[in-house]
Design a protein around this ligand. Structure first.
Ligand SMILES: Nc1nc2c(ncn2[C@@H]2O[C@H](COP(=O)(O)OP(=O)(O)OP(=O)(O)O)[C@@H](O)[C@H]2O)c(=O)[nH]1
Ligand SMILES: [Mg+2]
Length: 250
């Protein structure tokens, strides 16, 4: 069981129009500072925020109750002109948790009116989360033949395939920058990652490594996933045959 909190800027479209046409730079600065603050507030509570299309955030919020969400909303309301709506959901898989949060908002299942919080809170500390940290093996060597923009295009094509593939496994994929992706994974997603790595190797000649972390909190799971990925690199760099997938649990 995993809990997700989805934060979205309230009435953002109409608000952006109030800035006039010369607004893009302002919006980019707002989105960047909002992300920084949201990541800071949630990571302090052992959660982790995944940036979704810059104006929406997915938070793996295992262990967080309604009170803590209200506390975070109060901090954000002090700092920004725009307001955020939070939809909370939980489920057996990350996709189900996302659906539950979506339904909570759609059916106006209010948890706190003043701070615009909807959905269903679990808040128990024994929920579980699995994170997969996928990274392209030796992307740096591509720079010898491909220009920066061409590399970006390859990475976004990969992102598209990954998102589609793991959605079918009830798992949610996010681009983390560089050549890094994180998948909030179901058991089915975890069990399929080797098949995905093989598929991309065959279709696109891209080699991937995948570190997996399992824990109660998102920060701990992400820490273990990255540690697993670094372990694959260490094995490779010591000259031994490396695994493509490595998993750690706590
Ligand atoms: N989000 C995130 N980005 C990272 C991390 N480590 C590296 N990066 C980014 O990924 C880019 C590529 O770095 P690497 O993946 O280390 O380079 P590489 O040549 O592919 O080397 P290997 O992955 O070790 O095979 C860097 O320029 C950073 O932008 C990480 O832990 N998280
Ligand atoms: Mg890499």
């Amino acid at each position: 069981m995993i809990q997700l909190s989805i934060l979205k800027i309230t009435e953002y479209g109409p608000w952006t129009l109030t800035l006039g046409s010369d607004r893009e730079h302002e919006l980019q600065m707002l989105q960047a500072s909002l992300y920084k603050e949201v990541q800071k507030l949630f990571s302090e509570k052992n959660c982790l925020v995944f940036l979704n299309r810059a104006d929406e955030f997915f938070v793996v919020s295992n262990g967080l109750g309604l009170e803590e969400h209200i506390e975070i909303q109060k901090s954000l309301e002090k700092l920004f002109d725009v307001r955020l709506t939070i939809s909370i959901g939980y489920g057996e898989s990350p996709f189900e948790a996302n659906l539950k949060a979506y339904e909570g908002k759609k059916n106006q299942n209010l948890l706190n009116e003043e701070h615009s919080i909807f959905g269903f809170v679990n808040g128990k500390s024994d929920l579980k989360v699995s994170i997969m940290h996928l990274d392209v093996d030796d992307l740096s060597s591509r720079r010898a033949t491909d220009s920066p923009y061409e590399i970006s295009s390859i990475i976004f094509e990969l992102y598209s395939k990954m998102s589609k593939y793991f959605l079918k496994k009830n798992s949610l994929t996010f681009f983390m920058g560089g050549d890094n992706f994180m998948v909030i994974a179901s058991d089915d997603g975890k069990n399929s990652v080797q098949e995905f790595i093989d598929k991309i190797k065959q279709e696109d000649k891209i080699l991937l490594n995948c570190g997996i972390g399992n824990a109660n909190s998102a920060r701990e799971a992400v820490k273990l996933a990255t540690k697993s990925l670094d372990t694959i690199r260490e094995i490779r760099d010591s000259g031994k045959e490396k695994p493509e997938v490595y998993e750690l649990s706590c």
